[in-house]
Design a binder for this molecule. Structure first.
Ligand SMILES: Nc1ncnc2c1ncn2[C@@H]1O[C@H](COP(=O)(O)OP(=O)(O)O)[C@@H](O)[C@H]1O
Ligand SMILES: O=C(O)C1=C[C@@H](OP(=O)(O)O)[C@@H](O)[C@H](O)C1
Ligand SMILES: [Mg+2]
Length: 254
């Protein structure tokens, strides 16, 4: 076969692929509507994995399997990107302890007419222990697992505002879950401001933990930036922070 003929055939195959992909996306839109109405999570990871496994296994020439696998993975991932653009999402607030996630989140939910969940509070209610006691008796990993399983439950509710804990972003699978099912907003607050406000609270900040807070801030800052879709500064009033988030939201979320 000469190159001209091969290219002609490739052009017709691509035309079919594009037409079929367009059809796939219009079905995805329907699925999006259904998921919106039934408060289902945006992305069903198990279903995605089974699609990839099925079509990779069906590939006749096994030497082509890795390429087929990549191809179908890309199709699924593009479809998810499209789905996320067309559906309402949860809004997750991330950031340092004391940055204002809970306070800003509550007011944001009110402004948007959404339900509000504070992850720490939801876990405490569910487990029947304080966050501090979960840390002491069960450990940080157990707490991270509680965060993961609680978010997994919360995403079945209608799109809400969820204030996470400062350490939620340190658990990879929770990060994936949040980014797949929502818009992640980094509420940033100068660490000196955080310390000023926390001093007024019951949170036990002994002297040596002040340095600890600075270290945590430095260590986590790049992580918060990497995980977030949107970053806002909570340096003025709480109302300002809420307005800043609302302005930065895509139209589907307003
Ligand atoms: N913009 C702000 N102005 C004044 N105080 C604030 C502001 N944002 C947060 N705070 C105060 O800081 C403290 C910690 O806020 P909180 O919402 O509990 O933080 P987080 O949930 O991120 O740990 C609270 O006392 C809250 O009222
Ligand atoms: O930064 C952290 O590692 C933590 C922050 C806390 O939430 P806040 O950020 O609401 O204080 C809470 O989840 C837990 O104590 C761990
Ligand atoms: Mg909080």
């Amino acid at each position: 076969m000469d190159i001209k003929e091969a290219r002609k055939q490739i052009d017709s195959i691509d035309a079919v692929l594009v037409a079929e992909f367009e059809k796939r996306l219009s079905l995805i839109k329907e699925i999006g509507k259904y998921k919106d109405e039934h408060h289902l999570p945006l992305v069903d990871e198990a279903r995605d994995e089974s699609i990839v496994a099925l079509h990779t296994a069906n590939c006749k020439d096994k030497t082509l399997s890795p390429y087929v696998e990549n191809y179908i993975k890309t199709v699924v991932s593009m479809s998810n990107e499209f789905l996320k653009e067309h559906m309402h999402k949860h809004i997750f607030l991330i950031g340092m302890p004391g940055a204002g996630k809970t306070t800003v989140g509550k007011m944001l939910a009110k402004e948007l007419g959404r339900d509000f969940y504070d992850l720490d509070q939801t876990i405490q209610d569910k487990v029947g222990k304080s966050v501090q006691n979960i840390y002491i008796y069960d450990g940080k990993d157990a707490f991270s697992e509680y965060e993961y399983s609680t978010i997994k439950e919360l995403i079945h509710n209608k799109p809400s505002v969820i204030a996470t804990g400062g350490g939620t972003v340190t658990y990879d699978k929770t990060v994936k879950l949040m980014r797949n099912n929502g818009l992640v907003v980094f509420v940033n607050r100068d660490v000196n401001h955080i310390l000023d406000d926390l001093d007024l609270e019951i949170r036990p900040l002994v002297k040596e933990s002040i340095e600890y807070i600075f270290n945590v801030y430095e260590e986590r800052y790049p992580l918060y930036e990497e995980v977030a879709h949107i970053k806002i500064g909570n340096e003025g009033s709480i109302t300002d922070a809420v307005q800043e988030i609302i302005e930065a939201l895509p139209n589907t979320e307003k």
